[in-house]
Ligand binder design. Structure first.
Ligand SMILES: C[S@@+](CC[C@H](N)C(=O)[O-])C[C@H]1O[C@@H](n2cnc3c(N)ncnc32)[C@H](O)[C@@H]1O
Length: 277
């Protein structure tokens, strides 16, 4: 069977899981052959010999298993990152968080940040690439995430700008170190425990997604820690229905300002809090 015939044969099996079935079959073929899109399009009539391997991947994908876990690759902010099971797949909305934090950090000389819940490392790594003088302490509770984030940092050649530390929120970050940072940034778990996930998201780690009864519990604990450890700025992604709750909770702190931003679908998606310190 040629590559073209393969795409035609397998694409219908993915109709229920994606709106780009043929493209996904092509991505899986490129992954198996370790070739790029130019090769694929110039060799449409070449015989494809890895049918068995492809069929295995297609069958998994047809059960909603994420494409990114099959290829171990994900795009974020125009760059390619490694990804694997047990680590959250980066979402496009988080590019907004990076963009907004970059706007603020680029005006600070030699900025230093702490990222909580680094996952695959995308936020710290992108900020380090955008600002070569930036230093980051990136923490997570998941060892697999920390290992992968370090691999991604090395892949992007900015590992000297990021220190990866295992920590439950800011527990393992001393007050002195925290105080020396300009900003805490986080895309934390923020989904309510009773929320029913779409089929594909069910393959992702629960402790990267769920954060308690209402979903904003972890953000609130982190806010307490940031206030105690005296970090000036907190940039955070959150759930579209958590704005009111964050406004009410912020009243207990001495803050200078609180601004919210929306995502591409016009939902509230995050905030920047500036503490009076
Ligand atoms: C929503 S994911 C974000 C991952 C990555 N920053 C991104 O945007 O794709 C949340 C991350 O927080 C980590 N996490 C969950 N609870 C944590 C805690 N108490 N302390 C530190 N990290 C935590 C999870 O392991 C996960 O990697």
């Amino acid at each position: 069977m040629t590559i073209k015939q393969c795409v035609k044969q397998y694409a219908p099996l993915l109709k229920e899981v994606t709106h780009i079935p043929a493209k996904e079959v092509e991505i899986l073929i490129m992954y198996l052959l370790d070739v790029n899109v130019i090769y694929l399009h110039l060799n449409q009539d070449k015989t494809f010999t890895k049918n068995k391997e492809l069929e295995k991947l297609i069958n998994k994908r047809a059960k909603h298993y994420p494409l990114e876990y099959l290829t171990n690759k994900v795009s974020f902010y125009g760059e390619t990152f490694l990804i694997e099971e047990n680590i959250l797949i980066p979402r496009p909305e988080t590019e907004l968080l990076v963009e907004k934090a970059y706007e603020l950090l680029k005006s600070i000389k030699n900025p230093k940040i702490i990222e909580v819940g680094t996952g695959s490392g995308i936020i710290s790594i992108m900020l380090a690439k955008l600002i070569p003088s930036l230093q980051s302490i990136a923490v997570d509770i998941n060892d697999d995430a920390l290992n992968l984030a370090l691999k991604n940092a090395k892949k992007h050649k900015i590992e000297h700008q990021i220190e990866f530390i295992k920590s439950d929120l800011l527990e393992n970050i001393s007050e002195d170190i925290a105080k020396s940072c300009d900003m805490c940034i986080s895309n934390p778990p923020y989904i309510a425990d009773d929320y029913v996930l779409p089929k594909n998201v069910k393959f992702e780690p629960k402790n990267a997604l769920f954060a308690g009864n209402k979903g904003d519990e972890l953000i609130k604990t982190l806010l307490e820690e940031i206030s105690t450890k005296k970090i000036k700025y907190f940039y955070c992604e959150f759930g579209y229905d958590q704005k009111k709750s964050i406004i009410n909770f912020s009243k207990k702190f001495d803050i200078k300002s609180l601004e919210f931003y929306k995502d591409y679908s016009n939902f509230d998606r995050g905030f920047l809090m500036e503490f009076n310190i």
